[in-house]
Design a protein around this ligand. Structure first.
Ligand code: ZN
Length: 570
């Protein structure tokens, strides 16, 4: 079947199999949710407009991701009215939220259409731009003194297009002027009825940031957004730069990199936009805030903490945190390509608000973390874990660990060190946050009484099992790569082992110190600012062993559901 001139890459039977056996649902809240019903009418009105904005933001993200996304989505929607085949293809499209993407299991990306591929530079860069040509053009432009033009091309907020034999960076506020105007209009309406003043101020600044090309307006919006702690509502326009695999190639070209540094030009990957709308869950938020109080102490507990400036000030931790009940996830959040995020701490370090002393806001996704498959979990334990440990497995414990991971991003060397890891920076930074979390659990328990001593075993066990990968991770999946590193490190250093029945056993007494050693090595790595060292570290630890292959094989037999359908009810 052809959609807008492009042949589908899956037969209808193959799509049937994916939808019936390989896709799991994440159900978001509906109008019957008590937290929603208790809201004042003004807030409910606000939410209506925020949900409208979320839909438009999705269009922006689709355009950023692939030049054919919007055309082919429209084609699928039209054809789906009379064809069940197209309707099924549309469901797969909505799961990836795009024409192509990795599913976290298969080595090659999933392509919904023949000849429509995942692009290295997404739609941020011209489709036919090779890495070499990209670097050559930048070098030439620098030679010609076009410093500001190059700055624009390497900014996180521009779409790059050809301009005769050069390139030009077009600011999002210009490239997406039509969409941003519509989003701003919805946010303006939303601000008129909402019950909370900070939330209202945030929305007004966000409106300005969408309408004008001025990073300072984004900075203001980000600062207000990051201060929101006691609001009823949750609304985020996320900007994250994991998708763009073109900009980062500059870190491999040392000649170009040093030329850029001479002109003080920062190399930042492109932001993909996402949108989240929800309601703040008060009980969940209280528990998270308890963990926040441990950050100043943890800053002093970090290895080599005298060798770098801490991103958190000991007396004034500018970090808000909420647990949210979700109404919708769109854009980047809804690109479920091998997973979906359970929590997110923004803004990232490259943003002006962070550079000028603004805070961060961390939002946890309740509906995402609560959607686990109990039957499959039991089968996995039976197949791979020593029976005595089964009692300690608990998905809630993973939530405690995730809180530690998110806090971990607020600790350690600042962004200039993180970015110096080049194409390894996401792997190393996610890995750092992971092990800060595990290594600090004993401290949180013994010094802060955040939980009972016995619960440590539950956290450790659940975390070790979370390192069981379903497939050999691709380089562009930093969280999975990090898990592989930790899995191998734990085995080589006897934090855990597999017995003669190939069942997991854990040396509970060793985990804390093994992980603190790994944390030392990791912080040292960031402090070295050496891409070479980052490469050898990743090469050394992210290997695919027989153990990993065996685990992946068992997971395969139990059946994997790599695709996600986000079920929205508004
Ligand atoms: Zn993270």
């Amino acid at each position: 079947m052809k959609i807008s001139g492009y042949e589908l890459n899956f037969s209808e039977q193959e799509l049937d199999d994916i939808l019936a056996n390989k896709m799991r649902n994440i159900e978001l809240i509906g109008a019957d949710f008590s937290g929603y019903q208790q809201l004042p009418d003004g807030d409910k009105e606000t939410l209506k407009h925020l949900l409208n904005a979320a839909i438009i933001i999705n269009d922006v993200a689709l355009e950023q991701d692939n030049p054919l996304n919007r055309k082919l989505k429209d084609g699928l929607i039209r054809t789906a009215m009379e064809s069940s085949y197209a309707k099924k293809a549309l469901e797969l499209f909505n799961s990836l939220n795009g024409v192509a993407g990795f599913n976290g299991i298969d080595k090659e990306p999933i392509q919904i259409f023949k000849d429509v591929e995942l692009l290295q530079g997404k739609n941020f860069y011209p489709k036919d731009l090779s890495v070499k040509e990209f670097h050559d053009i930048l070098q030439q432009m620098l030679t010609n003194g076009k410093i500001d033009e190059v700055k624009n091309i390497l900014s996180a907020r521009t779409m790059v297009r050809r301009n005769e034999d050069e390139l030009i960076g077009i600011d999002y506020t210009v490239y997406f002027a039509k969409e941003f105007f519509k989003i701003a209009t919805e946010l303006e309406k939303a601000s008129q009825t909402c019950s909370n003043d900070i939330f209202k101020s945030y929305l007004m600044w966000q409106v300005q940031a969408l309408l004008h090309t001025d990073e300072k307006l984004d900075m203001m919006a980000d600062k207000f957004w990051a201060e929101m702690q006691d609001t009823n509502l949750e609304f985020t326009i996320s900007r994250e730069n994991y998708e763009d695999e073109m900009t980062g190639t500059i870190f491999d070209n040392l000649k170009l990199l040093s030329a850029l540094q001479q002109h003080n030009i920062e190399v930042v990957s492109k932001d993909t936009l996402g949108c989240r709308v929800g309601i703040v869950n008060k009980t969940g938020t209280e528990f998270i805030l308890e963990s926040q109080k441990t950050l100043p102490y943890l800053a002093t507990w970090m290895p080599f903490n005298d060798k770098y400036e801490q991103s958190i000030n000991k007396n004034d931790v500018k970090q808000t945190m909420v647990d949210a009940d979700l109404m919708t996830l769109t854009g980047d959040y809804a690109m479920c390509r091998g997973g979906i995020t359970t929590a997110q701490n923004l803004p990232n370090n490259d943003k002006l608000s962070i550079k000028t002393g603004g805070g961060r806001r961390n939002v946890y996704h309740r509906q995402v973390r609560m959607s686990s498959d109990k039957r499959r979990e039991k089968e996995l334990l039976n197949a791979l874990v020593e029976p005595k440990l089964h009692q300690y497995f608990d998905t809630n414990a993973i939530h405690t660990w995730v809180i530690g991971h998110e806090n971990g991003h607020s600790l350690g060397p600042l962004s200039e060190y993180q970015n110096a890891m080049g194409i390894y920076k996401h792997i190393i930074e996610e890995h750092k946050a992971d092990i800060i979390s595990v290594a600090s659990m004993q401290v949180l328990c013994e010094k802060f009484n955040l939980f009972e001593k016995d619960y440590l075993k539950t956290i450790y066990t659940s975390w070790c099992i979370s390192l069981f990968l379903k497939a050999k991770p691709v380089f562009s999946a930093p969280h999975r790569m990090a898990e592989l590193i930790q899995f191998n490190y734990m085995l080589e250093n006897k934090g855990m082992y597999f017995d003669e029945n190939k069942k997991l056993n854990i040396n509970f007494d060793k985990i804390s110190s093994v992980m603190y050693d790994l944390l030392k090595e990791t912080i040292n790595l960031q402090l070295s600012k050496s891409v070479e060292k980052a490469k050898s570290f990743v090469d050394r630890w992210a290997y695919w062993s027989e153990n990993s292959a065996y685990i992946a094989d068992v997971q395969q037999k139990l059946g994997n559901k790599p695709y996600i359908k986000i079920v929205t009810k508004f």
